[in-house]
Design a protein around this ligand. Sequence first.
Ligand code: SF4
Ligand code: SF4
Ligand code: SF4
Length: 288
Amino acid sequence: MEELKGSRFAHVTKAHPCFNEKMHDKVGRAHVPIAPKCNIYCNFCTRDINQDENRPGVASCVMNTDDAIEHVENVTKEGPIAVVGVAGPGDSLANEATFEFFEKLGKTNPDLIKCMSTNGLLLPDYAERIAKLGVNTVTVTVNAVDPEIAKDIYTFINYNGKIYKGKEAVEILIKNQLEGIEKLSNLGVIIKVNSVLIPGLNDEHIVEIAKEVKKRGASLMNVLPLIPLNKMKDYPRPTCAEIEKVRDEVEEVLPVFRACTQCRADAYGIPGKKSEDKHLGMTPASHY
Ligand code: SF4
Ligand code: SF4
Ligand code: SF4
């Protein structure tokens, strides 16, 4: 299994701009904004539909899956897109459209790498379905593996039709994230874990996250600076030195991806090349 995973990792990461820093300014990804709903409340998150903010959780529209396939057809003609991802603007697994989309994409563009990002709440339930659809890479955002820390990052989760708050909520979330990573990784899907660095809250804890997710089969970590918004608007934005320190610590445990600049849920083009990185808000609606 390890060997099989190793060869899959090499094959996929050779062409994936979010798993291989050397490709971040060479090949492109296209995010299709088809997943507006979310099933948890992260205290730093403000999802929005707008044209100008450059951050996750933002898209200029929500597409249906047929429009998303047409969008992929168009952008793959424009440039070297290797990866198609569902990255919100909500949670990919909280939206049935994500599954519908990958099913269609598997028929129309079987050679593109299929990618998604998720908070992981529903991963244990959907791991087999994700693997069956041929999704190659999944990014799971894990901001704490200690409920005492996590309870200050999340307000609630909506799980199986019920709202959970406080410690009860985060215990379910952490359990599902870790179980889900293990399940998915055992099914051969390559996993990157994103952790949002929140100064004074989880900055000394991220290395613990790395150790736990490594045990469950994650291949790569991405430590991202908090964008202080919503209930966390008064938190400081981490400095470059703080981010580097944590990345160095994590690198002792797992490889770290350092080129991420946190893009929108409707970004497309080459992420590391400013002139070739676009999003749907920049495209006249009549164009597609
Ligand atoms: Fe926002 Fe993503 Fe958290 Fe949902 S999981 S609240 S979309 S950051
Ligand atoms: Fe990259 Fe995440 Fe988008 Fe996948 S979902 S293409 S890892 S940014
Ligand atoms: Fe993925 Fe970050 Fe690169 Fe965007 S900037 S494509 S989120 S690694």
